[in-house]
Design a binder for this molecule. Structure first.
Ligand code: DX5
Ligand code: ZN
Length: 239
């Protein structure tokens, strides 16, 4: 089966933004493909961020689509409500779901792209048969819970195997990586087969988040090699 060309999407994480000025912080990433919103409940991960009411408000003011990453327990109950809020994509952790296929179908039925995330120690192989139920597979490249951690190179073979499986089955599933993505590590992740990149500190930690996004996109797109589309300002599509 021939593999389709890859588009490099950069989704900055507002975990590294100023939470007291979120609307202004969103305006600083208007060239992003989507904004990555990390929802943590202090149960699934040892940290607490924001919940549905705040995400609903962000949805109404954001210039770019929302990509929610739910690091929460009881996700079968909560994730559909994020889809109802009009988010572009909703990603749940498979470790937190009792019925991931049912949940992915429910998200799609409510108009959101369905994403499924794997902790670093969760293998991808048991889930390859359900790729057609997903729009995005998120391979965590740090232990979820905190920004600013170092990229886990040990995840590169998992990204490679996921890419082979996606290309081999001909499904249209984005491969997202989250954690420790920088101008340097994005090259390795993109070469391995990821095409959607979450970056918190590497975007909001820079004086110009917009310039940081463009540098990341350039490096990611170049690392795709012949699989990449031509670099233009309008080539990318939101995920
Ligand atoms: C971690 C979050 C990430 C985090 C990434 O659990 O899911 O989205 O914000 O931050 P950086 O890019 O700084 O590693
Ligand atoms: Zn995240």
């Amino acid at each position: 089966m021939s593999a389709s060309p890859l588009n490099c999407c950069i989704n900055p994480s507002i975990l590294s933004a100023d939470f007291a000025n979120l609307e202004a912080e969103l305006a600083r990433i208007s060239n992003a493909d989507a904004v990555h919103v990390d929802v943590m409940d202090n149960h699934f991960v040892p940290n607490l961020t924001i919940g549905l009411p705040v995400v609903e408000r962000i949805q109404t003011v954001s210039p770019v689509p929302l990509d929610a990453h739910l690091m929460i327990a009881n996700v079968d109950r909560w994730a559909p409500l994020y889809a109802d809020a009009g988010l572009s994509s909703v990603t749940f952790h498979v470790e937190a779901s009792d019925a991931p296929i049912k949940l992915a179908r429910e998200l799609r039925a409510r108009g959101a792209k369905a994403g499924m995330a794997l902790r670093p120690a969760t293998p991808v192989e048991p889930y390859l048969d359900m790729l057609s139920e997903l729009d995005m597979l998120l391979i965590m490249t740090v232990e979820p819970g905190f920004g600013g951690q170092a990229f886990l190179d040990v995840m590169l073979p998992k990204i490679r195997r996921a890419r082979e499986a996606v290309d081999g089955s001909g499904v249209n599933v984005a491969i997202q990586v989250d954690g420790g993505i920088t101008e340097e590590t994005i090259t390795r992740a993109a070469e391995a087969g990821a095409n959607v990149f979450v970056a918190g500190s590497a975007v909001y930690g820079k004086p110009s988040p917009e310039d940081a996004i463009e540098s990341l996109r350039t490096n990611g797109q170049l690392a795709f090699g012949p699989r990449g589309l031509q670099l233009t300002n309008t080539a990318h599509q939101p995920v």
